[in-house]
Design a protein around this ligand. Structure first.
Ligand code: FDA
Length: 299
């Protein structure tokens, strides 16, 4: 991690909320469900798929976890009502995974049931390594009853190839990412190229097993690799997609979409945006550089 990155990450939490909001505006649809849905509707009209993320994580209060479920149910209803090509992405700790795994499972089951009724899909996100085992167990339990749930796997973690082997019997629908959490070298590769190589290897395993794979990256190297993989293996568009974050390198998403590949944009929204952004900064000071650049250049 560069020294300027660390220094910036320490300073940014003291930037006034109104100024931080200017930088965040590009990456977050807004504070309300309506903001999230409007952004998703616009993207949908442009031909993108979307996934909505109601910001929130690390819930320690059961009532807050239930409220998050309610927010996601209303999100699914709005997606349906507006005819948006969209689904939802949920962080397990937002549904109370750290404090009550049983409640977390129940809330996911309720959401997956509602999503199935409406013909939609729920993505279980992957958080830091302290909850990897619990998240995998949660996904396995959910998959017993629901086809319309998928998982995220992080290529930076040393354990992930073996985790994937253990999941292949479920034909999992997987979003492959590098991993956004800062992890110790005992658990995670730190070298950029190794993390890329692992990303490619995971994608190849999924394609080889006919599983749905979502390549979630803005890295040109990985996007080019994924495009080659898809072409070489003749992967049908029904079993893969690219995924990118709202506001991050939008020109790349457009280019991939225009060349005929499905692209899903991740649309975060909610009143928790400031806490979320600051936590991300503390966890990964590299992001501080992006935020400062966007504050200075407005891009
Ligand atoms: P890399 O970090 O090398 O970025 C490539 C280029 O993209 C950079 O040079 C920069 O130009 C640009 N860029 C990347 N991130 C940016 C940002 N925030 N702002 C501005 N520019 C940026 N992680 C996780 O641990 N669990 C999860 O569940 C998810 N979910 C998820 C969903 C989706 C749709 C995406 C795209 C990503 C995630 N991630 C995630 C995050 C992921 O692990 C990873 O941290 C980011 O995608 C950044 O890695 P890249 O592969 O894009 O490469």
């Amino acid at each position: 991690m560069s020294l300027p990155g660390r220094a910036l990450a320490r300073i940014l939490p003291y930037v006034p909320k109104s100024v931080a909001g200017l930088a965040a505006r590009r990456y977050i649809a807004g504070e309300t469900l309506e903001d999230g849905i409007d952004t998703a509707a616009t993207l949908s009209q442009q031909g993108f798929r979307t996934t909505l993320d109601l910001l929130g994580e690390d819930t320690t209060n059961r009532e807050h976890a239930r409220r998050a479920l309610d927010g996601y149910q209303r999100t699914l209803e709005a997606i349906e009502a507006r005819g948006i090509d969209g689904n939802v992405s949920v962080k397990p700790t937002q549904f109370g995974l750290r404090v009550d795994p049983k409640l977390c499972l129940e809330l996911f089951q309720t959401l997956a049931d509602e999503a199935r009724r409406l013909g939609h899909f729920v993505r279980v996100e992957m958080e830091d390594s302290s909850v990897t085992d619990r998240t995998l167990a949660l996904f396995r339990q959910l998959r017993r009853d629901f086809e319309n749930v998928g998982l995220v796997l992080q290529s930076c973690l040393r354990r992930t190839a073996s985790d994937l082997e253990g999941l292949l019997d479920l034909s999992p629908n997987v979003r492959v990412v590098k991993g956004v959490y800062v992890e110790p070298s005992a658990l995670a590769w730190q070298d950029r190229q190794t993390i890329r190589d692992r990303f490619v290897a995971l994608s190849e395993t999924l394609i080889g097993h006919g599983s749905f794979v979502a390549f979630a990256t803005h890295d040109d190297y990985l996007i080019d690799h994924a495009l080659r993989l898809v072409a070489e293996h003749g992967v049908p568009p029904s079993t893969y997609e690219f995924q990118m974050l709202l506001g991050v390198r939008p020109e790349i998403g457009k280019r991939v979409l225009d060349s005929g590949h499905p692209v899903r944009i991740y649309v975060p929204f909610g009143s928790d945006w400031h806490r979320y952004s600051m936590r991300r900064l503390r966890e990964n000071p590299r992001i501080a550089g992006y935020v400062v650049r966007s504050l200075l250049t407005g891009r």
